[in-house]
Design a protein around this ligand. Structure first.
Ligand code: CDP
Length: 229
């Protein structure tokens, strides 16, 4: 069967990765979480004291960027894990410290240029599902299927709050809500590759859709794109 590129963009915590993983598994495609790459660069910047709440040493981060190695690997159970310079950081990149700083790092054009190049290489053979903010607009403007996901801010904050709590993090709902809405604002208003809906994207508002309804709807879109291509 012909392989396509599926680009999933949208607001924070809309369930992009859950949908992308499920699609990749069903179709036998590669799944790439581009947000995890921006989160890994942010963790690198924190660990090297290039960024904290009050300052960002852009120049230091940019000159160190070629020394950042980001790899996705499968563990024994088949779960994808993320390695930053040979250290497993999958949980660490999801914490609030990284979440609160990632939009600042992701706004740097030099960081984006470097990660977009890697992302394009991963999609060379097609058969890929990638989620993020600029996948359908910048990384793969020719993707056969583009999905733009959204849901109400409250629904998204509650989902992220439940997820962090279930992982044992001490979290405050208001902090999670604030993080989500401020990232939406920063991601949508930055100069380089802002979060915008591609003109040819299918909109998926999942505030009121359950997992199965959402999956069935998207699989119908996939089938029609594969047929046409
Ligand atoms: O999982 P969640 O929706 O909260 O975010 P994520 O996909 O892990 O992305 C974290 C942050 O990385 C976003 O808020 C953006 O600032 C940035 N990002 C980006 O700029 N471009 C992408 N393609 C993916 C993420």
């Amino acid at each position: 069967m012909k392989k396509i590129i599926i680009a999933i963009d949208g607001h924070s915590s809309t369930g992009k990765s859950t949908l992308a993983k499920q699609l990749a598994k069903t179709l036998g495609y590669i799944y790439v979480d581009s947000g995890a790459m921006y989160r890994a660069v942010t963790l690198f910047a924190i660990e090297n004291n290039f960024i904290d709440k009050k300052h960002l040493d852009k120049d230091a981060l940019i000159s160190a960027i070629s020394g950042i190695k980001i790899e996705f690997k499968k563990d024994a159970l088949g779960t994808t894990t993320l390695f930053l310079n040979d250290k497993e950081v999958s949980s660490k990149i999801r914490g609030m410290e990284v979440s609160n700083l990632v939009s600042k790092v992701a706004a740097l054009p030099e960081v984006r240029k470097c990660l977009v190049k890697e992302q394009r290489q991963m999609g060379q053979q097609k058969g890929i599902v990638m989620d993020g903010r600029d996948i359908g607009t910048v990384v793969f403007p020719n993707a056969e299927l583009k999905i733009f996901m959204t849901a109400s801010a409250h629904t998204r904050a509650q989902r992220r709050f439940d997820e962090l709590k279930s992982k044992g993090e001490t979290v405050d709902y208001d902090e999670v809500y604030h993080n989500i809405t401020s990232r939406d604002h920063n991601d949508s208003t930055r100069e380089d590759s802002p979060l915008t809906q591609a003109e040819d994207a299918q909109v998926l508002d999942n505030s009121t859709l359950n997992h199965n309804e959402q999956f069935d709807l998207v699989m119908a879109w996939v089938a029609s794109k594969i047929e046409k291509n």
